[in-house]
Structures are given as C-alpha cells and as structure tokens.
Write a protein that binds this ligand. Structure first.
Ligand SMILES: NC(=O)c1ccc[n+]([C@@H]2O[C@H](COP(=O)([O-])OP(=O)(O)OC[C@H]3O[C@@H](n4cnc5c(N)ncnc54)[C@H](OP(=O)(O)O)[C@@H]3O)[C@@H](O)[C@H]2O)c1
Length: 269
C-alpha cells in the first residue's frame, strides 16, 4: 500500500479519535492528514499543535491530492457535503463514520464507480479499543480494502457486516457505550451514598466493569457468567429480581430500537 494522504472532513471527537489512532499505530502508512471544519479555527489550531496535522477551513483544494476522504461530520450535513465533494473526486476512496448514513446515499450522490465505505466506530477509537462495524460499496477493490483495514486497525477491532446490519447494530456498538456509562454513573452514585470518595467509587466501578468485560471477551457466555455470580435465593438474586420487575429487558430492547430509529431519522433529515 502506498503512503496515504487522508482528508478528514470534520474536526470533532470522532475525527480526532480516528486520526490520533492512525498517527499512533499506523504512521508508516500515512503521508499526510488534512483536517477540515467549516469555521472553528481555534479547534483546528489546537489539533495542528497537538498532532502535527495540516488544517484548513477550505477542504476543496485538498481533495485532488487526497487518496482517501473521511467524512466525520454530523449525518445531517452529509447530503450537502457529498454534492459539493462529487465534482472534485477522481476515484478516491470515500469513507463515512456517520450514524444512519448508508452506502446507497454515498453511491447515489458521488460519481459513478466511486469506491465508498461506511464505518461505525465508537468512542473507544480514541484509545485504540473501538469495535467498528463496516460495509463496503460495490466498487471497493483490494487496494481500497487494504487502506480501509489499515484505518480500522488504527482504532481497534472491526467486523464486516451488510449495510442493513450496520444500521441495526449501530445502537449496540456505537451508542451502547453511553448506556454502559449511565449504568456506571448509577453504581458510582450508590457507592458514594455509602460514604466512599468519588475517586474510590470510580476505581471500584471501573475495575468491576473492566474485569467483567475481560471475562466476556475471553468467550464466556453472559448468562453463565451471571449464573456464576448468583446463588439462588441469595443477595445478587434479590438485586436481579428488582431489575427484572422494573422491566430491564424491555427497557434495553426499547433503548436499542429508539437509538436506531433516531439515527435513521437524522440521516434522512
Ligand atoms: N462520537 C461518537 O461516539 C460517534 C460514534 C460513531 C459515529 N459517530 C459519528 O461521527 C460523526 C462526528 O461525530 P462527533 O461526535 O465527532 O461530532 P462533533 O464532535 O460534534 O464534531 C463534528 C465536526 O464536524 C464539523 N463539521 C460540521 N459540518 C461540516 C461540514 N459541512 N464540513 C466540514 N466539517 C463540518 C464540525 O465543525 P464546524 O461546525 O466548525 O464545521 C465539527 O468539527 C457523526 O456523523 C457521528 O454520527 C460518532
């Protein structure tokens, strides 16, 4: 693979997570990273200082020299940007990380035969621990796949899916970290109510989640792990019963459905 010039449209949290990961782990494959937004020059200056990336508020002049264009701005802005991007493209790989944006929209609005991909990372991309879903358009060849794999490996693990699966699983991999953090907040609050300091509460909860995640990741079944902690009629069983009585299962399924519905709505706005 030749060294890549990557043009990143969007200079927010996800853009930073991705190019920070690339610069940390894939530098040998990177020729230049150009980061653009519309107006926030102080943010661009900050990114330039911290990462040594090239920055601009006028990305159009950088499209021709780019090998890959990465769209990391809100879903609602995609249509306008894709229309504006189209006349500048000459076969570059175009990748979006926006929730709800399918391959179809990219292929419809960009020139015929443009190779496109849709990646759904999560915020752990910032520490190289994302689980990213991705799907490729019909014109992505082996070279562009290599580039995509290089980008994905820079931010963690990845799983190739159908376009429909990326839509359906966005809540599970992209948004569920927020569900988990809400869970952590409640446990930290409970710990503090028993008199421990915020720092101790954080340590207890973070290590509990980390250890539990490590056991899951090692391949254990969550139901078996839950059983392993739960003596019938015991203390944990009493807590789980409250979760069940309050509709935990329905609540989680509804949260997933609401997330996906909102992602689709925003993409169509
Ligand atoms: N955060 C996550 O956990 C996460 C997870 C998965 C996917 N994503 C996706 O990642 C994308 C970005 O999310 P984020 O959390 O990074 O948002 P963010 O922090 O709000 O950043 C959005 C960035 O896009 C820029 N922008 C907006 N319109 C633009 C345009 N027309 N041209 C160039 N830049 C533009 C904004 O700057 P200006 O306003 O100055 O232009 C800003 O730098 C979204 O599509 C989101 O669905 C995020």
């Amino acid at each position: 693979m030749s060294k890549q010039r990557i043009l990143v449209l969007g200079a927010g949290r996800m853009a930073e997570a991705i190019f920070a990961g690339l610069l940390r782990t894939q530098r040998e494959y990177i020729e230049e990273i150009v980061v653009a937004n519309r107006s926030d020059k102080s943010r661009l200056h900050e990114l330039q200082e911290q990462y040594g990336v090239t920055v601009t508020t006028d990305w159009r002049e950088h499209v021709r020299s780019a090998d890959t264009v990465l769209l990391a701005m809100p879903p609602q802005n995609h249509r306008d940007v894709l229309r504006e991007l189209a006349p500048h493209l000459q076969g570059q790989l175009v990748v979006t990380v926006a929730a709800g944006i399918g391959i179809g929209l990219l292929e419809d609005l960009l020139p015929a035969r443009t190779p496109v991909a849709w990646v759904m990372p999560n915020t752990a991309a910032g520490i190289g621990e994302s689980i990213s879903l991705y799907t490729c358009g019909q014109h992505v060849g082996p070279e562009q796949r290599d580039v995509l794999q290089m980008i994905l490996a820079g931010i963690g693990e990845a799983a190739e899916c159908t376009e429909q699966q990326v839509h359906d699983l966005t809540a599970i991999t992209g948004s569920a970290p927020a569900f988990l953090y809400a869970f952590a907040e409640e446990l930290e609050a409970a710990a503090q109510s028993y008199g421990v300091t915020p720092a101790t509460a954080r340590k207890l909860v973070a290590q509990m989640i980390y250890g539990s995640a490590a056991m899951l990741r090692a391949g254990s079944d969550p139901a078996e792990l839950r059983d392993g902690v739960t003596t019938p009629g015991g203390a944990t069983a009493a807590g789980l019963r409250v979760m069940e009585e309050r509709g935990f299962s329905d609540m989680m399924q509804d949260a997933v459905r609401a997330t996906n519905a909102r992602a689709r709505y925003m993409a169509n706005e």
